[in-house]
Design a protein around this ligand. Sequence first.
Ligand code: C2E
Ligand code: CA
Ligand code: CA
Ligand code: CA
Length: 278
Amino acid sequence: AKSNTKGKHQFFDPAMDEQLKRRLNVIKELKGALENDEMVLFYQPQYCLKTNQYIGVEALVRWFKPDGTIISPMDFIPAAEDSGQIVHIGEWVLKTACEQQVKWTQEGLPPLRVAVNISMRQFKDPNFIDYVHETIQSTGINPKYLELEITESMLTEDAMVFIDQLSMLRLDGITVAIDDFGTGYSSLSYLQRLPVDRVKIDRSFIRRVESNQGDKTIVSLIIKMGHELNLQVIAEGVEDQEQTDVLVELGCDEVQGFFYAKPMHANDLKELLLKKQP
Ligand code: C2E
Ligand code: CA
Ligand code: CA
Ligand code: CA
Protein backbone atom coordinates (compact mmCIF):
# COMPACT_ATOMS: atom_id res chain seq x y z
CA ALA A 1 0.00 0.00 0.00
CA LYS A 2 1.05 3.55 -0.60
CA SER A 3 2.43 5.42 2.39
CA ASN A 4 -0.27 8.07 2.13
CA THR A 5 -3.22 5.70 2.57
CA LYS A 6 -2.81 6.13 6.32
CA GLY A 7 -3.30 9.85 5.98
CA LYS A 8 -6.49 9.28 4.05
CA HIS A 9 -7.97 7.34 6.94
CA GLN A 10 -6.77 9.74 9.55
CA PHE A 11 -8.83 12.48 7.91
CA PHE A 12 -11.66 10.19 6.96
CA ASP A 13 -13.19 11.09 3.64
CA PRO A 14 -15.97 8.74 2.50
CA ALA A 15 -15.48 9.56 -1.19
CA MET A 16 -11.77 8.80 -0.96
CA ASP A 17 -12.53 5.58 0.88
CA GLU A 18 -14.95 4.50 -1.85
CA GLN A 19 -12.39 5.22 -4.53
CA LEU A 20 -9.76 3.21 -2.70
CA LYS A 21 -12.14 0.28 -2.22
CA ARG A 22 -13.02 0.33 -5.90
CA ARG A 23 -9.39 0.33 -6.89
CA LEU A 24 -8.54 -2.56 -4.58
CA ASN A 25 -11.48 -4.46 -6.00
CA VAL A 26 -10.30 -3.88 -9.57
CA ILE A 27 -6.85 -5.15 -8.61
CA LYS A 28 -8.38 -8.30 -7.14
CA GLU A 29 -10.55 -8.93 -10.20
CA LEU A 30 -7.69 -8.22 -12.58
CA LYS A 31 -5.75 -11.16 -11.15
CA GLY A 32 -7.57 -13.76 -13.21
CA ALA A 33 -8.50 -11.56 -16.13
CA LEU A 34 -5.60 -12.40 -18.46
CA GLU A 35 -5.62 -16.11 -17.63
CA ASN A 36 -9.36 -16.22 -18.35
CA ASP A 37 -8.93 -14.46 -21.71
CA GLU A 38 -10.99 -11.50 -20.57
CA MET A 39 -8.71 -8.92 -22.19
CA VAL A 40 -9.38 -8.05 -25.81
CA LEU A 41 -7.42 -5.73 -28.07
CA PHE A 42 -9.31 -3.30 -30.24
CA TYR A 43 -7.69 -1.44 -33.11
CA GLN A 44 -8.35 2.07 -34.34
CA PRO A 45 -7.09 2.95 -37.82
CA GLN A 46 -4.76 5.84 -38.54
CA TYR A 47 -5.18 7.60 -41.88
CA CYS A 48 -2.49 9.32 -43.91
CA LEU A 49 -3.60 12.69 -45.32
CA LYS A 50 -0.66 12.77 -47.75
CA THR A 51 -1.30 9.44 -49.48
CA ASN A 52 -5.02 9.16 -48.67
CA GLN A 53 -4.87 5.69 -47.23
CA TYR A 54 -4.94 3.86 -43.94
CA ILE A 55 -1.39 3.51 -42.77
CA GLY A 56 -1.56 2.11 -39.26
CA VAL A 57 -3.60 1.22 -36.22
CA GLU A 58 -3.45 1.94 -32.51
CA ALA A 59 -4.03 -1.05 -30.23
CA LEU A 60 -6.43 -0.21 -27.37
CA VAL A 61 -7.18 -2.75 -24.66
CA ARG A 62 -10.70 -3.60 -23.40
CA TRP A 63 -11.68 -5.80 -20.45
CA PHE A 64 -14.69 -8.03 -21.13
CA LYS A 65 -15.82 -9.25 -17.71
CA PRO A 66 -17.69 -12.56 -17.34
CA ASP A 67 -20.81 -10.66 -16.23
CA GLY A 68 -20.99 -9.05 -19.67
CA THR A 69 -19.71 -5.60 -18.78
CA ILE A 70 -16.93 -4.01 -20.81
CA ILE A 71 -14.44 -2.03 -18.77
CA SER A 72 -12.64 0.90 -20.37
CA PRO A 73 -8.85 1.07 -19.97
CA MET A 74 -9.30 4.37 -18.14
CA ASP A 75 -11.06 2.37 -15.40
CA PHE A 76 -8.40 -0.28 -14.89
CA ILE A 77 -5.03 0.88 -16.29
CA PRO A 78 -4.38 3.24 -13.34
CA ALA A 79 -5.10 0.45 -10.83
CA ALA A 80 -2.98 -1.97 -12.85
CA GLU A 81 -0.15 0.56 -12.76
CA ASP A 82 -0.41 0.86 -8.98
CA SER A 83 -0.36 -2.89 -8.47
CA GLY A 84 2.29 -3.63 -11.10
CA GLN A 85 -0.13 -5.84 -13.07
CA ILE A 86 0.34 -3.45 -15.97
CA VAL A 87 3.66 -5.16 -16.74
CA HIS A 88 1.93 -8.48 -17.37
CA ILE A 89 -0.98 -6.87 -19.22
CA GLY A 90 1.40 -4.74 -21.28
CA GLU A 91 3.42 -7.79 -22.33
CA TRP A 92 0.24 -9.46 -23.48
CA VAL A 93 -0.82 -6.33 -25.38
CA LEU A 94 2.54 -6.07 -27.14
CA LYS A 95 2.60 -9.74 -28.12
CA THR A 96 -1.03 -9.77 -29.27
CA ALA A 97 -0.63 -6.60 -31.34
CA CYS A 98 2.51 -7.93 -33.06
CA GLU A 99 0.86 -11.29 -33.79
CA GLN A 100 -2.13 -9.49 -35.26
CA GLN A 101 0.05 -7.30 -37.48
CA VAL A 102 1.71 -10.42 -38.90
CA LYS A 103 -1.65 -12.14 -39.36
CA TRP A 104 -3.19 -9.20 -41.26
CA THR A 105 -0.18 -9.09 -43.56
CA GLN A 106 -0.46 -12.83 -44.20
CA GLU A 107 -4.16 -12.33 -44.94
CA GLY A 108 -3.27 -9.96 -47.74
CA LEU A 109 -3.66 -6.51 -46.19
CA PRO A 110 -1.01 -3.94 -47.01
CA PRO A 111 1.40 -3.94 -44.05
CA LEU A 112 0.07 -1.73 -41.27
CA ARG A 113 2.06 0.00 -38.57
CA VAL A 114 0.74 -1.06 -35.18
CA ALA A 115 1.08 1.39 -32.28
CA VAL A 116 1.13 0.08 -28.71
CA ASN A 117 0.70 2.21 -25.58
CA ILE A 118 3.49 1.79 -23.04
CA SER A 119 3.07 2.96 -19.46
CA MET A 120 5.72 4.36 -17.16
CA ARG A 121 5.76 1.27 -15.00
CA GLN A 122 6.46 -0.98 -18.01
CA PHE A 123 9.29 1.22 -19.11
CA LYS A 124 10.87 1.03 -15.67
CA ASP A 125 10.66 -2.76 -15.69
CA PRO A 126 14.24 -4.08 -16.09
CA ASN A 127 13.06 -6.73 -18.56
CA PHE A 128 11.26 -4.32 -20.85
CA ILE A 129 13.84 -4.05 -23.63
CA ASP A 130 14.49 -7.80 -23.60
CA TYR A 131 10.79 -8.50 -23.80
CA VAL A 132 10.38 -6.22 -26.81
CA HIS A 133 13.30 -7.96 -28.55
CA GLU A 134 11.89 -11.39 -27.75
CA THR A 135 8.46 -10.43 -28.99
CA ILE A 136 9.87 -9.22 -32.30
CA GLN A 137 11.72 -12.53 -32.66
CA SER A 138 8.87 -14.80 -31.66
CA THR A 139 6.15 -13.09 -33.69
CA GLY A 140 8.29 -12.37 -36.74
CA ILE A 141 6.97 -8.80 -37.05
CA ASN A 142 9.09 -6.49 -39.16
CA PRO A 143 10.13 -3.97 -36.46
CA LYS A 144 9.56 -1.04 -38.79
CA TYR A 145 5.85 -1.72 -38.40
CA LEU A 146 5.96 -1.56 -34.60
CA GLU A 147 5.47 1.79 -32.91
CA LEU A 148 5.58 2.47 -29.18
CA GLU A 149 3.47 5.32 -27.81
CA ILE A 150 4.75 7.01 -24.71
CA THR A 151 3.12 10.05 -23.16
CA GLU A 152 4.78 13.42 -23.00
CA SER A 153 4.39 13.40 -19.21
CA MET A 154 6.59 10.29 -18.94
CA LEU A 155 9.49 12.15 -20.43
CA THR A 156 9.93 14.45 -17.47
CA GLU A 157 10.64 11.64 -15.01
CA ASP A 158 13.87 9.67 -15.16
CA ALA A 159 14.49 11.16 -18.55
CA MET A 160 17.98 9.83 -19.09
CA VAL A 161 16.97 6.22 -18.60
CA PHE A 162 14.23 6.75 -21.15
CA ILE A 163 16.41 8.32 -23.74
CA ASP A 164 18.86 5.43 -23.61
CA GLN A 165 16.15 2.79 -23.76
CA LEU A 166 14.35 4.52 -26.62
CA SER A 167 17.58 4.84 -28.58
CA MET A 168 18.27 1.14 -28.17
CA LEU A 169 14.82 0.20 -29.37
CA ARG A 170 15.03 2.49 -32.36
CA LEU A 171 18.24 0.78 -33.45
CA ASP A 172 16.05 -2.24 -34.19
CA GLY A 173 13.87 -0.15 -36.47
CA ILE A 174 11.00 0.38 -34.06
CA THR A 175 9.42 3.85 -34.16
CA VAL A 176 8.40 5.96 -31.18
CA ALA A 177 5.50 8.40 -30.88
CA ILE A 178 4.88 10.96 -28.17
CA ASP A 179 1.24 10.64 -27.15
CA ASP A 180 -1.00 13.41 -25.78
CA PHE A 181 1.44 15.99 -27.11
CA GLY A 182 0.86 19.56 -25.98
CA THR A 183 -0.43 18.64 -22.53
CA GLY A 184 3.00 18.22 -20.92
CA TYR A 185 5.92 20.52 -20.49
CA SER A 186 8.59 19.29 -22.84
CA SER A 187 10.69 22.15 -24.12
CA LEU A 188 11.69 22.52 -27.72
CA SER A 189 15.36 21.84 -27.15
CA TYR A 190 14.40 18.74 -25.21
CA LEU A 191 12.19 17.42 -27.96
CA GLN A 192 14.97 17.92 -30.46
CA ARG A 193 17.25 15.61 -28.47
CA LEU A 194 14.69 12.88 -27.95
CA PRO A 195 14.84 9.74 -30.06
CA VAL A 196 11.29 9.97 -31.40
CA ASP A 197 9.67 9.74 -34.82
CA ARG A 198 6.19 11.12 -34.38
CA VAL A 199 4.19 13.50 -32.20
CA LYS A 200 0.54 12.87 -31.56
CA ILE A 201 -1.40 16.09 -30.96
CA ASP A 202 -3.70 15.67 -27.98
CA ARG A 203 -7.42 15.43 -28.61
CA SER A 204 -8.10 18.49 -26.43
CA PHE A 205 -6.58 20.76 -29.11
CA ILE A 206 -8.46 19.07 -31.96
CA ARG A 207 -11.92 19.35 -30.41
CA ARG A 208 -12.34 23.04 -31.28
CA VAL A 209 -9.61 23.40 -33.90
CA GLU A 210 -12.12 24.65 -36.49
CA SER A 211 -13.75 27.23 -34.21
CA ASN A 212 -11.17 28.34 -31.66
CA GLN A 213 -8.32 30.48 -33.01
CA GLY A 214 -6.13 29.73 -29.99
CA ASP A 215 -6.39 25.98 -30.46
CA LYS A 216 -5.81 26.30 -34.19
CA THR A 217 -2.66 28.33 -33.52
CA ILE A 218 -1.32 25.71 -31.13
CA VAL A 219 -2.02 22.91 -33.59
CA SER A 220 -0.38 24.88 -36.37
CA LEU A 221 2.71 25.51 -34.24
CA ILE A 222 3.03 21.85 -33.21
CA ILE A 223 2.86 20.79 -36.87
CA LYS A 224 5.45 23.38 -37.94
CA MET A 225 7.73 22.53 -35.05
CA GLY A 226 7.38 18.79 -35.71
CA HIS A 227 8.27 19.21 -39.36
CA GLU A 228 11.24 21.44 -38.55
CA LEU A 229 12.51 18.66 -36.29
CA ASN A 230 11.88 16.02 -38.97
CA LEU A 231 9.04 14.43 -37.05
CA GLN A 232 5.77 13.17 -38.45
CA VAL A 233 2.65 14.68 -36.90
CA ILE A 234 -0.61 12.85 -36.23
CA ALA A 235 -3.79 14.36 -34.77
CA GLU A 236 -5.99 12.26 -32.48
CA GLY A 237 -9.69 12.58 -31.75
CA VAL A 238 -10.72 13.81 -35.21
CA GLU A 239 -14.51 13.64 -35.23
CA ASP A 240 -15.72 15.51 -38.31
CA GLN A 241 -15.00 16.87 -41.78
CA GLU A 242 -14.41 20.45 -40.59
CA GLN A 243 -11.61 19.38 -38.27
CA THR A 244 -10.11 17.27 -41.06
CA ASP A 245 -10.20 20.24 -43.46
CA VAL A 246 -8.30 22.43 -41.00
CA LEU A 247 -5.71 19.69 -40.40
CA VAL A 248 -5.19 19.26 -44.15
CA GLU A 249 -4.81 23.05 -44.49
CA LEU A 250 -2.21 23.09 -41.69
CA GLY A 251 -0.22 20.26 -43.29
CA CYS A 252 -0.82 17.58 -40.65
CA ASP A 253 0.48 14.20 -41.85
CA GLU A 254 -1.95 11.73 -40.30
CA VAL A 255 -5.26 11.60 -38.44
CA GLN A 256 -7.05 9.20 -36.13
CA GLY A 257 -10.55 9.52 -34.72
CA PHE A 258 -14.21 8.58 -34.80
CA PHE A 259 -14.66 10.44 -38.11
CA TYR A 260 -12.57 7.70 -39.73
CA ALA A 261 -13.40 4.77 -37.46
CA LYS A 262 -13.90 3.78 -33.85
CA PRO A 263 -11.63 1.22 -32.20
CA MET A 264 -12.83 -2.23 -33.36
CA HIS A 265 -12.17 -5.97 -33.37
CA ALA A 266 -9.31 -7.20 -35.56
CA ASN A 267 -11.70 -8.90 -38.00
CA ASP A 268 -13.82 -5.79 -38.41
CA LEU A 269 -10.71 -3.80 -39.12
CA LYS A 270 -9.70 -6.28 -41.79
CA GLU A 271 -13.10 -5.93 -43.45
CA LEU A 272 -12.93 -2.15 -43.31
CA LEU A 273 -9.55 -2.15 -45.01
CA LEU A 274 -10.60 -4.66 -47.64
CA LYS A 275 -13.52 -2.40 -48.54
CA LYS A 276 -12.65 0.72 -50.42
CA GLN A 277 -10.71 3.41 -48.61
CA PRO A 278 -12.73 6.47 -47.55
P1 C2E B 1 -4.98 7.28 -25.59
O1 C2E B 1 -3.70 6.55 -25.81
O2 C2E B 1 -4.94 8.77 -25.68
O3 C2E B 1 -6.00 6.64 -26.63
C1 C2E B 1 -6.94 7.35 -27.36
C2 C2E B 1 -8.31 7.26 -26.71
O4 C2E B 1 -9.18 8.14 -27.41
C3 C2E B 1 -8.94 5.88 -26.82
O5 C2E B 1 -9.72 5.68 -25.64
C4 C2E B 1 -9.86 6.03 -28.05
O6 C2E B 1 -10.95 5.14 -28.05
C5 C2E B 1 -10.32 7.44 -27.88
N1 C2E B 1 -10.71 8.06 -29.13
C6 C2E B 1 -10.27 7.76 -30.37
N2 C2E B 1 -10.81 8.56 -31.31
C7 C2E B 1 -11.63 9.41 -30.65
C8 C2E B 1 -12.50 10.48 -31.07
O7 C2E B 1 -12.63 10.81 -32.24
N3 C2E B 1 -13.18 11.14 -30.11
C9 C2E B 1 -13.09 10.81 -28.80
N4 C2E B 1 -13.82 11.49 -27.92
N5 C2E B 1 -12.29 9.80 -28.36
C10 C2E B 1 -11.57 9.11 -29.27
P2 C2E B 1 -9.65 4.31 -24.84
O8 C2E B 1 -9.55 3.16 -25.79
O9 C2E B 1 -10.76 4.33 -23.87
O10 C2E B 1 -8.27 4.40 -24.09
C11 C2E B 1 -8.07 5.35 -23.08
C12 C2E B 1 -6.64 5.39 -22.64
O11 C2E B 1 -6.27 4.17 -21.99
C13 C2E B 1 -5.66 5.55 -23.78
O12 C2E B 1 -5.60 6.90 -24.15
C14 C2E B 1 -4.39 5.03 -23.14
O13 C2E B 1 -3.78 6.03 -22.38
C15 C2E B 1 -4.90 3.95 -22.22
N6 C2E B 1 -4.71 2.63 -22.83
C16 C2E B 1 -5.49 1.98 -23.74
N7 C2E B 1 -4.96 0.79 -24.06
C17 C2E B 1 -3.80 0.68 -23.37
C18 C2E B 1 -2.77 -0.33 -23.28
O14 C2E B 1 -2.80 -1.38 -23.94
N8 C2E B 1 -1.72 -0.07 -22.42
C19 C2E B 1 -1.64 1.09 -21.71
N9 C2E B 1 -0.57 1.26 -20.90
N10 C2E B 1 -2.58 2.05 -21.77
C20 C2E B 1 -3.65 1.85 -22.59
CA1 CA C 1 -2.17 6.34 -27.26
CA1 CA D 1 -3.48 10.04 -26.88
CA1 CA E 1 -5.36 11.67 -24.76
